[in-house]
Design a binder for this molecule. Structure first.
Ligand code: SER
Length: 320
């Protein structure tokens, strides 16, 4: 029986991972934890929700014990663009939550999932079909945390037997909660802006390729990896996963085919330009495919159609 804790449950991934886990393992077995009271209140409408600061190890331990948790999904993170505004906070939060999760997982015998990211790569990484095992020398604090987190998670696995597993998420496109402070956020924001205002100003340069995943595939990757037969895992922290790669200009051109009145321009943010240029153009995710059967279902065209329909519905509902 799985007893699951989702940390940082109110964010872009958590908002959709909690119902996904509830469907798989039963609502009573999933606890959604977040730091902010208003977020916990909202989560509480559809799930068992608690307020928890992942840096407060005593409260965190108490919760694991009282709820007999055996699987931790640690989603606590400051993303790449926000991290550059406050590197110290990004380090303290991203690494603090992970270190506490790994130490407590060791004590309470829990499995741990922590997302890594394309942010783990840097300028010296091969950008085309970026291999699973390659140079990881990022130049953002977010990336430094991700690489450190991958190493730390593998260390806790080999040294203490903690069942730590992870994927390197690319940009995740979704229509639940908005992402916050990432370099790939443009690929979500544009859908809301096109529906609301018919236009969008993009902060990422027009010709920068980045990998993306649609949320249903991101959720599938998460639970599929956590269910995978450990004997088949050559890697653990962390697997490349992707399902599409495009530039802002390519995405906007495809949206315009569906909404001909859509217009856009660019006001490039130098930080986002530098970060996005340092990340891969497209990943090679063959290890994930071979070791645990990763097989994404959503391509760019279906994703765009689905996003436009879902965002339209959401914007119309909010306007009522
Ligand atoms: N979506 C993240 C970011 O842009 C990358 O993992 O920061």
């Amino acid at each position: 029986m799985k007893r699951i804790l989702v940390l940082g449950a109110g964010g872009q991934i958590g908002t959709e991972l909690v119902p996904h886990l509830q469907n798989l393992y039963g609502s009573d077995n999933v606890i959604a934890a977040d730091l902010k009271p208003e977020v916990v209140e909202k989560l509480g409408r559809t799930s068992r929700a608690v307020m928890l600061n992942a840096l407060d190890i005593e409260s965190y331990a108490k919760l694991l014990k009282n709820e007999r948790i055996d699987s931790i999904y640690n989603l606590v993170a400051l993303l790449s663009a926000t991290g550059e505004k406050n590197p110290q906070l990004a380090w303290n939060l991203n690494m603090g939550a992970l270190l506490n999760s790994l130490n407590l997982a060791k004590d309470f015998n829990c499995a741990v999932f922590t997302p890594s990211s394309i942010g783990a790569f840097g300028e010296n990484t091969p950008h085309y079909k970026t291999p699973q095992d390659t140079v990881v020398r990022p130049n953002t604090i977010y990336g430094v945390c991700k690489v450190s987190g991958e190493l730390l998670s593998d260390y806790y696995h080999t040294r203490f037997g903690v069942d730590a597993r992870s994927v390197r998420f690319p940009g995740i496109i979704s229509n639940g909660a908005l992402p916050g402070g990432g370099t790939t956020d443009y690929a979500v924001e544009v859908f809301y802006e096109v529906i609301k205002h018919g236009r969008y100003t993009c902060e990422v340069p027009k010709d920068t390729y980045m990998d993306m995943l649609y949320m249903p595939d991101a959720l599938e990757a998460t639970t599929q990896l956590m269910e995978a037969d450990p004997a088949k895992l050559v890697h653990r922290n962390s697997f490349n996963v992707t399902s599409m790669s495009f530039t802002p200009e390519q995405l906007f051109t495809e949206i315009k085919k569906r909404i001909p009145s859509f217009t856009w321009d660019y006001n490039v943010d130098p930080v986002k330009a530098q970060i996005s240029a340092s990340w891969p153009d497209c990943l090679d995710d063959s290890c994930a495919r071979e070791e645990w059967g990763w097989n994404p279902k959503w391509g760019m065209d279906q994703m765009i159609d689905d996003m436009l329909a879902a965002c339209k519905k959401k914007v119309e509902k909010n306007a009522q």
